[in-house]
Design a protein. Structure first.
Length: 435
C-alpha cells in the first residue's frame, strides 16, 4: 500500500483559516511588545547616562535591580525597581496632584491600600511600624485603611491612628497586663517606674478630621475604652489635659497640620509631667519662654510621595532653676543608647534615668535634657540594639520611663510586652537590686 503524498512544509500562518492547525502571525504585536520591553529596561539606563538621577521622594531607599538568583522573585521585583528608577516620578506625582485638585477638587488618592499599588503612581510603602492595609472595616462602606487621612484645611492624619484601634495585633487588656508586670519587676528591684502614653494627633486635634474615612466608626468607639484601660489598669500619666491647656495658652493646636508629632509645647508638657511625677513640686521653679522658630521636614507628606515639605515650630528655653537655660539640641536617632549628662541644678532630676521610648521622645529630647542631669534614651522598637543590651540599660538606671505613642499601645505594637523580654528584665534586675 502506497503512502499518501507528503504535503510541502507550510508555516501554520499560511494554512487555510478553517484548518485546525492554523495560527495567525503576531509579528506586529510581537514587535510592539519587544519595543515596550526595551523601553522598560533602557529608559532608566539612558537617563542615568545623561546625568538624570532618580531621587528618594519617599521614606524608603530606592529599590535595586532584582537578582536572577531570586527565581520568580526576579519578575515580581521588576515593577518596584522600574517605579523607583523613574527619574521623573516626583514630577508625575506633582502633576497627578495638580490634575486631581484642579479637576476633582481633592488630593490624589496615593495613600490608599493595595488597590492603589496597581496604578502607574503607586502609594508609598507604609511605615515599618504599621501593619499592612486590612480588609473593609466593620461599619463602613469604604474598603481598606489609608496611610494618610486627608482632613480639612490641609490637615493630614496618620491612618494607623484609626487602624490600630480597629485591628489591634494585641488587645489593650493584654498590653496593660504586661506593662504592669514590667512595672512590678522594675519597682521590686528598688527602681522607679513611670509609664506615659503620648496621645495621637487624631485624639488631641480631631476637629480637622474628614466627615468620613476608613476606620472612623470603630476607632472612635474603641478609643474611650482604650484610654480608660491605659490610665487605670496601666497607670499611665494622662497628658491630655495638660496638652489641651498648652494648646489653649498658645492659641493653636500643638500638633503640626502636616506631621504626626506634637510641636515643642508637647515636649515641655512631657518633661514637666515626668519631673512632677518623680519629685512633686520640683517644677515650681521652672521658667520657659519662646526663643526662635525653626523648620523641619514633615513626615506625613513623605507618605504621599512629596519630599521637602516642612513644618514650622517654635523653640523654647527651659530654665529649671529659673535662671539657667538648659535646653539642648534635639536628638536625631535613638536606635542605639544615647547618653546625656549635665551638672546638677535645682529643678532637675539627678537620678540615672532611662527613657525607653519612640519618636515622641526624640521630639521632646531638647526639653527632657533640660529636666534630667543623667539621661539615657533608647528606642523600644529598634533592631540595632540587642535585647540583652536593652536590658542592661534597665539595670544601669535608677528610674525607668516607658514612653509609647497611643497608636502603638492600642494596636499592640509594643515589643516591651514580649514575654521573653520581661523575663530577662526580671532576672537581671533581681540580680542587681538598688538598696
Amino acid at each position: 500500500m502506497s503512502e499518501p503524498p507528503q504535503l510541502p512544509a507550510v508555516h501554520e500562518a499560511y494554512l487555510p483559516r478553517e484548518h485546525a492547525l492554523h495560527r495567525p502571525r503576531h509579528g506586529k504585536r510581537q514587535l510592539t511588545a519587544l519595543v515596550a520591553a526595551l523601553l522598560f529596561f533602557m529608559t532608566p539606563a539612558l537617563l542615568w547616562v545623561f546625568g538624570v538621577r532618580p531621587g528618594e521622594i519617599e521614606n524608603h531607599k530606592l529599590a535595586g535591580f532584582p537578582s536572577l538568583g531570586d527565581g520568580f522573585g526576579f519578575f515580581t521585583g521588576l515593577p518596584d525597581w522600574a517605579t523607583d528608577q523613574l527619574s521623573f516620578r516626583a514630577g508625575a506625582i506633582d502633576a497627578a496632584g495638580a490634575v486631581s485638585r484642579g479637576v476633582f477638587g481633592e488630593e490624589p488618592p496615593l495613600d490608599q491600600g493595595s488597590a492603589a499599588n496597581a496604578g502607574p503612581i503607586p502609594a508609598p510603602p507604609q511605615s515599618p511600624s504599621a501593619p499592612k492595609s486590612g480588609p473593609t472595616l466593620p461599619g463602613t462602606s469604604q474598603a481598606g485603611y489609608r496611610n494618610v487621612v486627608q482632613g480639612a484645611d490641609g490637615w493630614l492624619y496618620y491612618g494607623y491612628d484609626a487602624e490600630a484601634k480597629c485591628s489591634p495585633a494585641q488587645d489593650v487588656d493584654t498590653t496593660m497586663k504586661k506593662v504592669e508586670e514590667l512595672r512590678a519587676a522594675v519597682e521590686a528591684s528598688g527602681r522607679k517606674f513611670v509609664f506615659v502614653v503620648t496621645p495621637d494627633k487624631s485624639t488631641m486635634v480631631p476637629q480637622f478630621l474628614p466627615a468620613s474615612y476608613p476606620g472612623k466608626e470603630c476607632s472612635q468607639a474603641a478609643a474611650p475604652n482604650d484610654w480608660y484601660k491605659i490610665t487605670t489598669e496601666g497607670h499611665s500619666l494622662d497628658l491630655r489635659p495638660a496638652l489641651a491647656a498648652a494648646a489653649a495658652r498658645v492659641g493653636k493646636p500643638i500638633y503640626a497640620p502636616n506631621d504626626t508629632h506634637w510641636r515643642d509645647e508637647g515636649g515641655l508638657v512631657l518633661a514637666r509631667a515626668l519631673v512632677d511625677k518623680l519629685q512633686p513640686g520640683t517644677t515650681d521653679t521652672w521658667r520657659s519662654a519662646p526663643s526662635s522658630q525653626y523648620d523641619a521636614i514633615a513626615d506625613l507628606p513623605l507618605l504621599l510621595g512629596k519630599s521637602g515639605v516642612k513644618k514650622t515650630n517654635t523653640m523654647y528655653t527651659l530654665r529649671p532653676d529659673g535662671f539657667t537655660d538648659r535646653a539642648t539640641e534635639f536628638i536625631g536617632n535613638i536606635d542605639q543608647p544615647v547618653h546625656r549628662t549635665a551638672a546638677p541644678l535645682p529643678g532637675t532630676i539627678g537620678r540615672r534615668t532611662l527613657v525607653y521610648g519612640d519618636s515622641f521622645s526624640l521630639a521632646s529630647s531638647r526639653y527632657l535634657d533640660a529636666a534630667f542631669t543623667n539621661l539615657t534614651y533608647l528606642a523600644y522598637s529598634t533592631d540595632k540594639t540587642t535585647q540583652a543590651q536593652a536590658v542592661d540599660q534597665f539595670v544601669n538606671s535608677q528610674v525607668v520611663v516607658l514612653q509609647a505613642v497611643e497608636r502603638n499601645v492600642s494596636g499592640g505594637l509594643v515589643p516591651f510586652t514580649d514575654e521573653g523580654f520581661i523575663k530577662n528584665v526580671k532576672a537581671k534586675l533581681a540580680q542587681h537590686p538598688i538598696r
